[in-house]
Design a protein around this ligand. Structure first.
Ligand SMILES: Nc1ncnc2c1ncn2[C@@H]1O[C@H](COP(=O)(O)OP(=O)(O)OP(=O)(O)O)[C@@H](O)[C@H]1O
Ligand SMILES: [Mg+2]
Length: 298
């Protein structure tokens, strides 16, 4: 696949599941960071708006190891989605440096999964999963086989011919995940993918995502507002500060893998880690609220 094709996929898909190969003037591939698949050094993003400049992200320094499961939490508006978009190559930092490690001598590819409504309603589930492969010009039989394998992986093999409106929201979100995996990205970027789901569906999908991650070995960067979810999924939790978002604290999550909800929840370390994380997050959420009230008053 040529670079121009890769960018075409990124731009056709800006608002839902996205494949792009990262690379831009500020995103470079370097062997100096060979241990990390992504490393950010003092990355910032300033938006120029009619009301003046908005610093969405400031001074973000972090690195993700290949194959790791990274979860980002932080108050609403602190820049989580902006950071993810920069890692996806859909936006560029206005300060600092974002460096990508190489995978088999190339810069890593990524796919971005959003919350809700990302499927094409006029395509059946199998065609939705195969969409990125069609853009990659894979022959029809091959892409159907691959789509069926992925539908099987997310437990929906029997629903390939159904249309998005004929299945539940949880099933649609599983299809969105299958679609992002179809293009075999090195980095899976997930922006509150389970945010709109009921709790039971969410718990099942968390376990399913962990199973898929364990099978595929992808690097995952996952944004959530739920600390329960963060503790269930992550190797490492990054707590962001109120806007402009920086990394406030990093927690390593010690639970053994493979993880199941019940064993994680009943582990005494769960309550302790939840409390420590929430203590930090609560300060940032309160700071974000105070900022918003000031903005409204001003
Ligand atoms: N394209 C843009 N132009 C101007 N400002 C923007 C743009 N995108 C985001 N922002 C601003 O940057 C800040 C961070 O936004 P972002 O969407 O990254 O936050 P978030 O942490 O994902 O929030 P949430 O948890 O509510 O999804 C916000 O103040 C937002 O208004
Ligand atoms: Mg967001």
């Amino acid at each position: 696949m040529t670079r121009s094709n890769e960018w075409k996929i990124a731009s056709t898909h800006m608002t839902d599941s996205t494949l792009s190969r990262v690379g831009s003037s500020t995103a470079t591939t370097s062997r100096a960071h060979h241990d990390a698949i992504v490393s950010a050094t003092r990355v910032g993003k300033r938006f120029e708006t009619p009301r003046g400049p908005v610093d969405a992200v400031e001074n973000v320094t972090l690195s993700f190891a290949p194959g790791s499961f990274n979860v980002i939490v932080g108050p609403s508006g602190c820049g989580k989605s902006t950071l993810l978009r920069m890692i996806a190559g859909l936006d560029t930092p206005t300060s600092g440096e974002l460096v990508f490690g190489d995978v088999d001598g190339k810069s890593p590819t990524n796919a971005l999964v959003f919350q809700g409504r990302s499927l094409f309603p006029w395509l059946n589930l199998r065609q939705n999963v195969a969409y990125g492969l069609r853009l990659q010009k894979l022959p029809r039989l091959d892409r159907n086989d691959r789509a069926d394998e992925l539908l099987h992986l997310v437990g929906l093999r029997a629903f390939g011919r159904s249309y998005p409106h004929q299945v539940s929201e949880g099933m649609r979100q599983r299809v969105a995940i299958a679609r992002s995996l179809a293009v075999d990205p090195d980095i899976l970027l997930m922006d509150e993918p389970f945010g709109a789901l009921d709790e039971q569906t969410r718990l099942l999908l968390q376990e399913e995502l962990l199973r898929i991650w364990e099978q595929t070995g992808k690097t995952v960067v996952f944004v959530t507002h739920s600390l329960d979810e963060a503790l269930m999924l992550a190797d490492t939790i990054y707590v962001m500060s109120a806007q402009p978002g920086a990394i406030r604290t990093v927690f390593e999550v010690p639970f053994a893998r493979p993880r199941e909800f019940t064993s994680v929840r009943s582990d005494p370390k769960f309550a302790e880690l939840f409390t420590r994380t929430w203590d930090i997050l609560r300060t940032e959420v309160n700071a974000a609220r105070a900022q918003q009230e000031q903005e409204i008053a001003g």
